[in-house]
Design a protein around this ligand. Sequence first.
Ligand code: GLA
Length: 389
Amino acid sequence: MVNETVHKELLKKYRAHFGRDPEVVAYAPGRIEVLGNHTDYNEGFVFSAAINFGTFFAASKCETTGCHLVAGDLMKEVSFDLQHIEASKTDTWQNYVKGTLAGLAGVKAPSCGFDGMFFGNIPLGSGLSSSAALEMCAGLALGQLYGISVDTVTLAKIGQKAEHDYAGCNCGLLDQISSLAGQAGKLVKTDFRSVAFETAELGADACFLMCNTHAKHALVDGAYNKLRASCEQAAAHFAKVLRHPVKALRDVSMAEWAIYKRDLPEAVANRAAHPIGEDERVLKGAELLAKGDLPGFGALMFDSHESSRVLFENSCEELDAVVDAAKKIPGVLGARLSGGGFGGSVVVLVHPRDAETASIALANAYAAKFGKPCDVSVIKPAAGARVLK
Ligand code: GLA
């Protein structure tokens, strides 16, 4: 289910701005990361879900090679030529679309420019991957407009490259794959070595709350890239000392880590322990979910957050406060930070009958500590990105 109010608003804004209806419209949802933090670029496993918040992209062909792109929330337009798709230091939102267009153009050169507009309801900087949603809806819409067809993994990689080359964040593939592969009521479990994904039923006894702390989300400030570099440094060390091939931290077990971490700087060893432990938790979580053991799955989410807080150090005071409050609220099964870290949102697993009382209790607990409530929304795992017109 797309949000029809947001969809209609986009069409209205598009008509008012460009004086015509768009030829194509595509939609892509944001995502929550449920278990498996910073495992994607370590070639490990993640449970995630596409969510019921997303972004729409409307576009029509132009007669020239001029491209006109409007951010529908700001009603701000930027223009550039198809022959010069360069990252901008101002109005950086355009870079996600430009990077995606550049990726599509690498598959087949578009014949003309476009009039495009995007608009959605994913809170920015909340850790729900508004940027990947923008890349994926732009990719689907422009792909459809120009007749450039790419498969799911290729489109996800185009979005990832846009993040690397145009936005400066060396992210993995999680956000793009989740936005594309989501299914209503289901979690997506992805193996980021083969980039093979499958869905797992969540069941009617569970839903998620997203608690947006509005704390700063610092991914492109370099913190994310530094964590990734530490993981790669650790993987290179384990590749030297273990007697089996190690391509990424996915190939190292917790038992091996404990024995062979000694020559690593302590901080780097701790960073490595997080994705290694997360992989084990995702695999354990898959078994528990298959048995319908939601409390067991939720306990792994709490462990995941603790590992972020202590070992990976990608949590912050605000996220910790939400998780601590969640532990004391009846009906809450699990809670952890979702995504890169350093702010953004906490994802909370709760029985649907407890969702409302838990939301109020979380907002109140946060307000008591920080003087203002966090925003709590009920998240339903939703269908993935698609072309609507
Ligand atoms: C961000 C990145 C993803 C992933 C998560 C952490 O969302 O974009 O690739 O690494 O952080 O799991």
